[in-house]
Design a binder for this molecule. Structure first.
Ligand SMILES: CCCCCCCC/C=C\CCCCCC(=O)SCCNC(=O)CCNC(=O)[C@H](O)C(C)(C)COP(=O)(O)OP(=O)(O)OC[C@H]1O[C@@H](n2cnc3c(N)ncnc32)[C@H](O)[C@@H]1OP(=O)(O)O
Ligand SMILES: Cc1cc2nc3c(=O)[nH]c(=O)nc-3n(C[C@H](O)[C@H](O)[C@H](O)COP(=O)(O)OP(=O)(O)OC[C@H]3O[C@@H](n4cnc5c(N)ncnc54)[C@H](O)[C@@H]3O)c2cc1C
Length: 664
C-alpha cells in the first residue's frame, strides 16, 4: 500500500463530522472561513514559498524575510484586508520578523499606555507603517527584573525634554526584536528621573533611525546581537542591541497614561494602577497561549500523520508490518499531546475572553481583576509554552530518525518555538508570580475575603481538604465533577501546605525564597486545574456536528487523566486519590486511547493546516512520505556534484597516504 492510500484508509474510519470540528478548532465559522482563506492565499503565492529557507546564510535569510514582509504588506494593501485578515496572513507567512513586534507589541503598548493624544498622534503612523516600532525593555544586565533596568530618562525642564541615556555597558538594550536592523522607533523602558528624584521604570517613544536614509540618530548605537539557536528558525529576526548617548526626546513622548510629567517636571499620578505599565506583557502573554496551541497542533499533526504512514515489525507471512500508531507506547506518548493541543486551544479562547473583559473594566476604572489577569496570563503562558516546547521535541522522537531531518519540519519548529519559554517572561519567574498570587489568596481566606474567578475553589478549601474521591470503577473517571474535584483538591492541598510552611518563617520573603521550588509546583497544579476546568466548561457548550462532542470529551479526559498519571506523586501524597483509584484512571486512559485511535487522523485534519504552513514532508496531507523524502534529499546542495568539493584537497591525499603506508 502506498502512503497516499494509508491516509485515505485512515480518513474512512472517522466517526465524527470533521468540518464541524474545524469550526470548533477555529473558534467560530467566521474565524474558520477567514483563516482558511488567508492560509490558501499565502500557500498559493510563490513569493511566500519556504523551501530551502534553512540553507540560507544569515544575510540572505534576513533579506528574504524583508522581501516577504514587504510582499505581505503589499498584498494587505492591494486586497484591502482588515486588521484581522492581515494578522492571519502574517501568521501563515510563518517567518518571525520585525512585523511581529510592530503589530504585537509596539502598537499595543501605545494603545495600552499612551494618552488619547499620544494614540491619536502615533497610531495612524504605525497603522500605515510610516514608522516601524520595536519594544525595547530588556537590557544586557536585566531582563526578568524590570525594576532593575538601568537606562535613564532624565527630565530637563529647561528644554522640556527627556534625556535618554545608557550609563553602563549592562544598560545596553539587548534582545528586542526588529530593533537590530529595521525599526525606526521603539518603546524604550527607562528609569524616570525628574528634579533629581527617581520614579520607577516607564515607557518612552524614541526615534532610532532617520526616516530618510535609515541611519541611526546621532548618539544612538544600534546593531544585531548575532546568530541564535538553529538554522533558519528565529534568525529571520533581527534581535538588537541599542545604546543611547544623551538622546533628547520631547516630554510628550513619555507614555503618560499611568503617570504624567508636567512642564515643571512634577509627577502626577492618574487613577490607573502602576502595574498597567506592564500591561503590554499581559496582552502578549495572552496571545502566546493561543500561539502555543497552534505550534503544538503543527507538531502533533506531523507526528500523527507520519505514525499512520510508518510501519515497523509485526509482519506475518510477508504481509504488512504494523502502523507505528497502533503501538500502545506510541499512543500513550502521542495522544496526550493531541489532547493538549485542543486543551490549550480552549484555554487560549477563554484567556482571550478574560483579557477583553479586563480591558473593558479598565476603561471603566475597575482594576479589581488585574491581579487575576496577571496571574492567569503569566501562569498559562508558562504552562503552555513549556508543554509545547517539550511536545515538539517528543513529536520529533515519535517520528524516529526521519524526525531529525529538517525535511520533517520539526527541528525548525522546535528552534523557532523554544525561546517562547524565555521571552515575555522566563517561565519559572512567571510561575513565581502565580505563587505570590496564590499565597496572598490563601492568606486572605481567614479575613473572610471570598476568592473569585480561577481561585474561587480556594473558598471551599475546608471541604477540599477533607473530601474523598469516590471513584470505584474506571468509568467513574469519566464524570466531570470527579475529575474537577481531584484537580481542585490537589491544588488546594498543595497551596495550603505551602502557605503553612511559609508561615514558619519569620521573614516571609526569606520563606518565599527558601520554598520557591515547592511554590512553583503549586503554581503548576493551579494552572493545570484552570486548563482542565476550561476544557470541561467547553464540553458544556452546545457543540453542533455529529460525534464532535464525543471526541472532545475523550480528548478532555485524556488530557486530565494523563496529567493525573504524570503527577501521581502530587495526587497520592496529598491524599486526593488512592493507589487503586490511580490504577483505575490508568485503565480508563488506555480505553480512551483505543477510542481516539480511529479518529486520530481526522482530529489533526481538523486543524486545517495547509502543507505550506506545516512545511513537513512527514506531515503531508496525502501521506506520500517516502517518494517526497527521497526527492527532497537530492535537493541538498551537497548533492549538486557527485564528488564533493574538498575531495582533491582532503580525501584524495589521505587515501593516497594510506596506500603508501600500506606499501611500506
Ligand atoms: C497580529 C500579530 C500578533 C502577533 C503577536 C505575536 C507577539 C510576538 C510574539 C513573539 C515575539 C517575541 C516577543 C518577546 C518580547 C519580550 O520578551 S518583551 C520583554 C518581556 N519581559 C518580561 O516579561 C520580564 C518579566 N518580568 C516581569 O514581568 C516583572 O518584572 C516581574 C513581575 C517578574 C517582577 O516584578 P517585581 O519586581 O517582583 O514586582 P513589581 O514590578 O514591583 O510588581 C509588583 C506587583 O505588580 C504585579 N505585577 C507584576 N507584573 C504584572 C503585570 N504584568 N500585570 C499586572 N500586575 C503585575 C505583581 O503581582 C505585584 O502585585 P502585588 O504588589 O499586588 O503583589
Ligand atoms: C528570542 C527572544 C526574543 C526576545 N524579544 C524581546 C523583545 O522584543 N523585547 C524585549 O525587551 N526583550 C526581549 N527578549 C528578552 C526576554 O524577555 C528576556 O530574555 C526574558 O524576560 C528573560 O529574562 P533574562 O534573559 O533576564 O533571564 P534571567 O532572569 O537572567 O534568567 C536566567 C535564569 O535565572 C532564573 N531566575 C531569574 N530570576 C529569578 C528569580 N527571581 N527566582 C528564581 N529564578 C530566577 C530564571 O528562571 C533563569 O533560569 C527576547 C528574548 C528572546 C530569547
Amino acid at each position: 500500500m502506498k502512503g497516499v492510500d494509508h491516509l485515505a484508509h485512515e480518513r474512512n474510519k472517522t466517526e465524527f463530522d470533521v468540518d464541524a470540528m474545524k469550526i470548533v478548532w477555529a473558534g467560530s465559522r467566521h474565524a474558520f472561513e477567514l483563516s482558511d482563506r488567508m492560509a490558501r492565499l499565502v500557500a498559493s503565492d510563490p513569493a511566500f514559498q519556504k523551501d530551502g529557507r534553512i540553507r540560507l546564510g544569515r544575510k540572505e535569510l534576513f533579506k528574504n524575510t524583508l522581501r516577504k514582509a514587504a510582499h505581505a504588506w503589499k498584498r494587505i494593501l492591494e486586497l484591502h484586508l482588515t486588521e484581522e485578515e492581515a494578522g492571519w496572513l502574517r501568521n501563515f507567512v510563518d517567518e518571525p520578523s520585525f512585523t511581529d513586534l510592530h503589530w504585537g507589541m509596539f502598537v499595543p503598548a501605545i494603545k495600552g499606555q499612551g494618552t488619547d493624544e499620544q494614540q491619536q498622534k502615533w497610531l495612524p503612523l504605525a497603522y500605515k507603517m510610516q514608522i516601524i516600532g520595536s519594544y525595547a525593555q530588556t537590557e544586557l544586565g536585566h531582563g526578568s527584573n524590570v525594576q532593575g533596568l538601568e537606562t535613564t530618562a532624565t527630565f530637563d525642564p529647561e528644554t522640556d525634554e527627556f534625556v535618554i541615556h545608557s550609563p553602563t555597558l549592562t544598560s545596553s538594550k539587548w534582545w528586542p526584536g526588529g530593533l537590530g536592523k529595521v525599526s525606526t522607533h521603539a518603546i524604550v523602558y527607562a528609569r524616570l528621573i525628574t528634579n533629581g528624584q527617581e520614579h520607577g521604570v516607564h515607557g518612552f517613544i524614541v526615534q532610532l533611525r532617520s526616516l530618510d536614509d535609515h541611519m541611526p540618530i546621532p548618539g544612538i548605537t544600534i546593531g544585531d546581537i548575532g546568530m541564535k539557536f538553529g538554522n533558519g528558525a528565529y534568525n529571520t529576526m533581527d534581535n538588537g542591541v541599542l545604546t543611547f548617548d544623551h538622546i533628547r526626546i520631547p516630554r510628550n513622548q513619555m507614555l503618560m497614561r499611568v503617570l504624567q510629567v508636567t512642564r515643571e517636571g512634577k509627577c502626577v499620578k492618574s487613577n490607573v494602577p502602576r502595574q498597567l505599565i506592564y500591561g503590554t506583557m499581559v496582552f502578549v502573554r495572552q496571545t502566546i497561549v493561543a500561539d502555543a496551541s497552534t505550534a503544538l497542533a503543527r507538531a502533533v499533526c506531523i507526528a500523527t500523520r507520519y505514525s499512520a504512514v510508518r510501519r515497523q515489525f509485526g509482519s506475518q507471512d510477508g504481509g504488512m508490518e504494523t502502523q507505528v500508531i497502533d503501538y500502545k507506547t506510541q499512543q500513550s506518548r502521542l495522544f496526550p499531546l493531541l489532547a493538549s493541543a485542543y486543551a490549550f486551544r480552549f484555554v487560549g479562547e477563554w484567556l482571550k475572553w478574560l483579557y477583553t473583559d479586563v480591558t473593558q473594566r479598565l476603561q471603566a476604572n475597575d482594576f479589581s481583576i488585574l491581579p487575576e489577569a496577571h496571574a492567569c496570563t503569566a501562569g498559562l503562558k508558562s504552562l503552555t509554552t513549556t508543554a509545547t516546547a517539550d511536545a515538539i521535541e517528543e513529536c520529533r522522537k515519535l517520528c524516529g530518525g526521519h524526525g531529525y531531518l529538517c525535511a520533517s519540519g520539526l527541528p525548525e519548529l522546535f528552534a523557532v518555538y523554544v525561546p517562547a519559554c524565555t521571552y515575555e517572561g522566563d517561565n519559572v519567574v512567571l510561575l513565581l508570580q502565580v505563587a505570590r498570587f496564590l499565597m496572598k489568596t490563601v492568606s486572605q481566606l481567614g479575613s473572610g475575603k471570598k476568592p473569585v474567578g480561577t481561585t474561587a475553589y480556594l473558598g471551599r478549601v475546608q471541604d477540599l481538604l477533607q473530601c474523598c474521591c469516590d471513584v470505584q470503577t474506571a468509568e467513574d473517571w469519566l464524570k466531570p465533577s470527579v475529575v474537577l474535584e481531584a484537580f481542585e483538591a490537589r491544588s488546594a492541598r498543595m497551596c495550603v501546605a505551602r502557605a503553612q510552611n511559609l508561615s514558619k518563617f519569620e521573614n516571609p520573603e526569606d520563606g518565599f525564597a527558601e520554598l520557591s521550588a515547592d511554590l512553583v509546583e503549586a503554581s503548576v497544579a493551579h494552572c493545570q486545574l484552570i486548563v482542565v476546568s476550561k476544557f470541561i466548561d467547553k464540553l458544556q457548550q452546545d457543540i453542533p456536528g455529529k460525534g464532535v462532542n464525543r471526541q472532545l470529551q475523550n480528548l478532555c479526559y485524556i488530557y486530565a487523566l494523563n496529567l493525573l498519571h504524570k503527577y501521581l506523586g502530587d495526587f497520592l501524597s496529598t491524599g486526593c486519590i488512592t493507589p487503586k483509584q490511580a490504577s483505575l484512571a490508568n485503565d480508563q486512559l488506555r480505553s480512551l486511547y483505543s477510542q481516539i485511535r480511529p479518529n486520530a487522523i481526522a482530529l489533526v485534519d481538523a486543524f486545517n493546516y495547509t502543507d505550506h504552513y506545516l512545511g513537513s514532508v512527514l506531515g503531508r496531507y496525502d501521506g506520500n512520505v517516502y517518494p517526497k523524502l527521497y526527492e527532497e534529499a537530492w535537493k541538498d546542495p551537497l548533492n549538486d556534484s557527485v564528488v564533493p568539493d574538498g575531495y582533491h584537497e582532503y580525501i584524495h591525499p589521505m587515501l593516497k597516504q594510506q596506500l603508501r603506508n600500506a606499501r611500506l
